[in-house]
Design a protein around this ligand. Structure first.
Ligand SMILES: NC(=O)c1ccc[n+]([C@@H]2O[C@H](COP(=O)([O-])OP(=O)(O)OC[C@H]3O[C@@H](n4cnc5c(N)ncnc54)[C@H](OP(=O)(O)O)[C@@H]3O)[C@@H](O)[C@H]2O)c1
Length: 274
């Protein structure tokens, strides 16, 4: 099974099939250096968010990398607690300013409801629709090359489509060995929405599994490479995060082997507490 280094979104935009994740990388030297290390290692897709607080350092690293803007696919996200048409417009332009760019390749609604809200996410449907209308406007105005959502289930996506007729290009969700999100993945397939698999190492807990290391040994790879290859073989776009140069590089070295169907099913059944 050949895995392509790029996918094509439903609107024809080309998106590198692995992204460098930057959650929990502090703004300043660490975010700057790790983003630079990622670009040097060959990543061409960087995933940040207003909520991560590191857009400035990520943007500076991209600028200083010597790569042309068009060579790097940049994703950012609208904060989960900021919803509505005008607020989305304002927040989007703040993100552009912090990153120091004129457009984004992908912009996502970070979550269907504010983090920690005790309300059901469906109570935010009207506000999510208003944000989505702003996303569609920014897309048509040429400020964003593709738009999507994150942490949305089918029940949160359907109202956006019904209200605007515009299907998200991407849904970025928590997905790693043992957490298959089958219903959301099936809905995405039916609507040509690319699934981005965040926390591909279960935020590090993957490495505590004896079984994943056993499987890795068989392929002469490490546990992280197995998890990323597994994600790619399922057709997802994984977003590994690391602040260590050697790990950043090895997490990209997943295109030269193939996991058997039997081992794919074994990995499907692993489980990591969230
Ligand atoms: N949309 C959302 O709501 C959402 C939520 C969570 C995450 N995300 C995205 O997904 C990205 C990744 O998820 P995540 O940050 O939860 O973490 P992750 O990528 O699942 O795991 C990162 C952890 O694994 C360690 N690690 C990385 N490579 C390794 C290797 N080769 N060997 C051993 N340990 C390794 C890292 O440590 P070191 O850094 O010390 O190497 C870190 O502790 C985020 O950065 C973000 O971009 C999105």
């Amino acid at each position: 099974m050949k895995i392509e280094k790029e996918y094509i979104l439903s609107n024809g935009v080309i998106i590198p099939s692995i992204a460098f994740g930057t959650w929990q990388i502090p703004n300043g030297e660490v975010a700057y250096q790790s983003t630079k290390d990622a670009l040097e290692a060959g990543y061409r897709h960087i995933d940040t968010a207003a909520a991560y607080g590191n857009e400035e350092s990520v943007g500076k690293a991209i600028k200083d990398s010597g790569l042309k803007r068009a060579e790097v696919f940049i994703t950012s996200k609208l904060k989960a607690e900021l919803k509505g048409y005008q607020i989305t417009m304002d927040e989007f332009h703040k993100t552009l300013d912090r990153l120091g760019v004129k457009y984004l390749d992908l912009y996502l609604i970070h979550a269907p409801k504010p983090w920690g809200s005790s309300k059901d996410a469906l109570e935010y449907t009207d506000l999510n629709i208003e944000s989505w209308k702003a996303f569609v406007k920014l897309y048509h105005d040429g400020y964003i090359r593709s738009i999507g959502v994150s942490n949305f289930g089918p029940e949160h996506i359907k109202p956006l489509i019904d209200a605007t007729g515009f299907v998200p290009h991407v849904n970025q969700i928590y997905l790693n060995p043992g957490v298959l999100q089958e219903e959301t993945v099936l809905f995405a397939r039916e609507h040509h929405i690319l699934i981005e698999a965040y926390s591909p190492f279960a935020t590090g807990r993957l490495f505590e599994s004896k079984e994943i290391h056993e499987i890795a040994e068989k392929y002469h790879k490490n546990a992280g490479q197995i998890a990323l290859r597994w994600s790619l073989q399922h057709g997802h776009l994984p977003l590994p995060k690391s602040v260590h140069k050697h790990r950043i590089a090895e997490n990209l070295n997943v295109f030269d082997f193939e996991i058997t169907d039997e081992d794919m099913m074994r990995i499907d059944k692993l489980s990591f507490k969230r």
